[in-house]
Design a protein around this ligand. Structure first.
Ligand code: PMV
Length: 361
């Protein structure tokens, strides 16, 4: 598929007004996307668990205007209140996707959005937010084109979400989504995420992710700046090659349910992401002392308990603690007794692997 496949021909229906709501989850990458080319094309393929509890709910109310405008006409509400802070981001997004949704300037849009996770928790809302908005706009397009297949709807929603925020393209479906061309993965594409197409052992079906909120402050480095740091980075080429290798290795690991090998890849990916930031120019350390305390505690506990708890990190100090369903009681007990004291006000979010975005009535 190419970008051209997402440019619609003419629409067969006309609609005056309507309303659509989607709930879309966040996701946590196991193999990380860090570095991009022009037009949000990833420098390497990535794969993530779709989450469940951390989600954005977005409603788009649309009404046809008398004539098409030169600019986008929209109002924005965040958690029930008018919000101007997100306007530039939405404007850029609409600008990028207009060629694929040519009706956008014919409608006035009221966009209402809210997150299930606490505001300023240090959790990035761009994946859930951009995927929820992309889905609402696709639902509008589906109303204009009754012939659209479900497969096209899903692929294009992911394609559009990617143009808002790269990792958002992995939030449309569940429960494992891969994005980026990888020669070992049939159907993989740089343009949109796909549901992981190979065998996955049941041990991964109900994986848990307890997110420890170590630092709820604003991100020190935006992902836009972060991705740029990979241009001319001395280790970039090796890192991109490593992501391909890790994805290839995961194929057997997912099929067999080999948790020991899974842990080695997931933790190494998290530390590599941070190593890339520590070795770029300018350089950053995004972990906090408590991030390292938690990592040490996890390693000691895993050794002692024989469980399969492990960690991963985003581009920040918070820690995602991953563990299988069958160990959930003992691992959560450990988290409560030994890890939550390292969180700001003991705050943490109990999430788990999820099954993708949902349309709400
Ligand atoms: O989607 P972006 O541009 O915010 O980048 C996300 C990058 C990481 O979260 C650090 C890794 C990933 O693959 O999600």
């Amino acid at each position: 598929m190419t970008e051209k496949d997402f440019i619609p021909r003419t629409y067969d229906t006309f609609i005056e007004k309507g309303r659509v709501t989607y709930k879309s989850p966040s996701n946590i990458a196991l193999v990380k996307y860090w570095g991009k080319k022009e037009n949000q094309i990833p420098a390497n393929p990535s794969i993530s668990f779709t989450l469940d509890a951390c989600a954005t709910i977005t409603t788009v109310i649309f009404s046809k205007m008398e004539s098409e405008k030169d600019s986008f006409s929209f109002d924005l509400f965040f958690e029930g209140k008018p919000n101007e802070d997100f306007r530039p981001k939405i404007e850029t997004f609409l600008d990028r996707i207009e060629v694929y949704l040519p009706f956008l300037k014919s409608y006035h849009l009221t966009i209402e959005t809210s997150n299930s996770f606490p505001h300023s928790s240090g959790i990035a809302s761009s994946a859930s937010g951009m995927s929820a908005l992309a889905l609402c706009l696709m639902e509008m397009e589906r109303k204009l084109n009754g012939q659209m297949t479900q497969a096209h709807f899903i692929a294009k929603a992911s394609f559009l979400a990617r143009l808002g925020s790269g990792s958002a393209c992995r939030s449309i479906e569940g429960n494992l989504v891969q994005w980026g061309e990888h020669k070992g993965t049939q159907g993989s594409s740089d343009l949109f995420g796909i549901k992981y197409p190979y065998e996955v052992h049941p041990v991964f079906e109900k994986y848990h992710d307890t997110i420890l909120l170590v630092d709820k402050g604003q991100k020190q480095v935006s992902s836009t700046v972060g991705h740029k740091l990979m241009h001319g980075h001395p280790f970039a080429e090796n890192r991109f090659a490593q992501a391909h290798e890790n994805l290839s290795a995961l194929k057997g690991i997912f099929a067999k349910g080999d948790l020991d090998s899974f842990i080695k890849i997931v933790e190494s990916e998290a530390l590599t992401l941070h190593a890339m930031m520590m070795t770029s120019q300018p350089y950053f350390v995004l972990m906090k002392p408590n991030t390292l305390e938690i990592i040490q505690k996890i390693w000691t506990y895993r050794e002692k308990s024989g469980t399969h708890v492990c960690f991963t990190l985003d581009a920040g100090a918070n820690v995602h603690v991953l563990y299988p369903e069958k160990e959930k009681e003992e691992v959560y007990d450990f988290i409560q007794k030994e890890l939550v004291l390292y969180c700001e006000n003991q705050q943490h979010i109990c999430d788990r692997i999820g099954y993708g975005a949902k349309k709400l009535n």
